[in-house]
Design a protein around this ligand. Structure first.
Ligand code: NAD
Length: 420
């Protein structure tokens, strides 16, 4: 959960989170220290030829945080603000996310300091291929499996897969996930995050005292994760979507919005704003609107100590990473609002990435219905584990999710023992 506004250094936040859980679990000094240190970090500085014939040197990172439970997994982001500490923190959060849904993976993350909005497709391809070559010694289907993140996509993954395969001399689709289906991507990967989020909402609703069927839902951020969650809650679970938003603003209709019609409007006009029959609201108003369930699916740091008290929803499902600041968590917990933390609520994406990798290394591909059925099982079991832990330790779901995850990683470390 990157809470950058409160902590200038996200890795300090990540370590603090480990300490809180380690105290609860009474983890001894050695294991605690291992959980607070990235296992392996690679920094690479490499030249890229630009379209005008000049070349520039870029800096990239790949951090493999913990591999006690299996090969490491995590995205690669392209952004001017990438830093080693940010990548470290993100790799720690990937470790806990993979563990909370019980995937046989450790966590990793990568990034390149660059400004992808001002680079041509050719420059991005050369940047990607050279970075892939630089980190090649430490990635691979049995070692570390990258995926898309901020400003990287299925095309980026296709280039990495091709670069890796050229070095091996044969196709290695399992080296990355989030690939196009034609190159060994999985059915269902595109909608997995929103779908997984809808499943955990369904599981949590009875404990939160809300009904999904006939209940009202507000979704901040009608992008990949948010629009899919809205459509599945509407189509499959009978929820009424009363508010949605994007970067340009939000719309509200107490009688319900048809998310497919909103999607068509957005495809045509570029925004949900101006959807016929809906009242215009701001993104701030959306967070506080009258709805049973709130799905923040846009950015981090949205629910703060300034507005947490005005959140009316009884259930908040974090499709986005880090939308709730720690002080807001406390306020929501005191108000008895159930929060489904990001490492659980948006773990559907990495879960279907795991399915993609499993299909690639088997060379046997599943139908969409199989993917969704297995995703549903993973999300249902993961919610149950988090809920049980929250009751046992009398903590909120976020701490409970960290307890489940860190306990699993600590157990793997203990069973493996210390080499030599
Ligand atoms: P996306 O780019 O498809 O959608 C983001 C949406 O948020 C867009 O509709 C955008 O207009 C909107 N938005 C941007 N700024 C906003 C603002 N200030 N207020 C309201 N809305 C705003 O991205 P996505 O893939 O859906 O990711 C959304 C969140 O979900 C991110 O936090 C991401 O890290 C997280 N997430 C996504 C996945 C995935 O598989 N897509 C997996 C895990 C976590």
């Amino acid at each position: 959960m990157p809470n950058a506004a409160e902590a200038a250094n996200p890795f300090e936040t990540a370590k603090r989170q480990v300490d809180i859980v380690a105290d609860l679990l009474k983890l001894n000094g050695g294991v605690r220290e291992m959980l607070k240190h990235p296992k392996r970090e690679l920094t690479v500085n490499f030249p890229v030829r630009m379209d005008d014939g000049s070349y520039r040197v870029y800096t990239g990172y790949r951090v493999q945080y913990n591999m006690a439970r299996g090969p490491t997994k995590g995205g690669i982001r392209y952004h001017p603000n990438v830093s080693l500490d940010e990548v470290r923190a993100l790799s720690a959060w990937m470790t806990w996310k993979c563990a909370v849904v019980n995937l046989p993976y450790g966590g990793a993350k990568g990034g390149i300091i660059c400004d992808p909005k001002h680079m041509s497709k050719g420059e991005l391809e050369r940047l990607t291929r050279r970075f892939a070559s630089e980190i090649l010694p430490i990635i691979g289907p049995e070692m570390d499996i990258p995926a898309p993140d901020v400003y990287t996509d299925s095309q980026t993954m296709a280039w990495i897969m091709d670069t890796f395969s050229m070095q091996r001399g044969y196709s290695v689709p399992g080296v990355v996930t989030g690939k196009p289906i034609a190159l060994g991507g999985s059915e269902g990967r595109g909608e997995a995050t929103g779908r997984g989020c809808a499943y955990v909402i369904r599981e949590a609703a009875p404990h939160a005292g809300v009904k999904v069927h006939g209940g009202s839902v507000a979704v901040q951020g009608f992008g990949n994760a948010g629009s899919v969650a809205a459509k599945i809650l509407h189509d499959e679970q009978g929820a009424k979507i009363v508010a949605v938003s994007d970067s340009q603003g939000g719309i509200y209709n107490a009688d319900g919005l048809n998310p497919h019609a909103v999607e068509a409007h957005k495809a045509k006009t570029g925004t949900v704003v101006g959807f016929p029959g809906a009242k215009a609201i701001s993104n701030e108003e959306l967070l506080e609107c009258k709805a049973d369930i709130l799905v923040p699916a846009a950015l981090e740091n949205q629910i703060t100590k300034a507005n947490a008290d005005r959140v009316q929803a009884r259930l908040v499902a974090e499709a986005a990473n880090g939308p709730t600041l720690p002080e807001a968590d406390t306020i929501l917990f005191q108000k008895k609002v159930t929060v489904l933390p990001d490492i659980l609520a948006n773990a559907g994406g990495v879960t279907v990435s795991y399915f993609e990798w499993a299909q690639d290394i088997q060379g046997y591909f599943w139908e969409l219905a199989d993917v969704n059925r297995r995703l549903e099982r993973v999300m249902t079991q993961s919610y149950a584990a988090v809920h049980e832990t929250a009751e046992k330790y009398k903590v909120h779901n976020r701490t409970a999710a960290y307890v489940v995850a860190i306990q699993r990683v600590a157990e793997a470390i203990r069973l493996r023992g210390i080499y030599p």
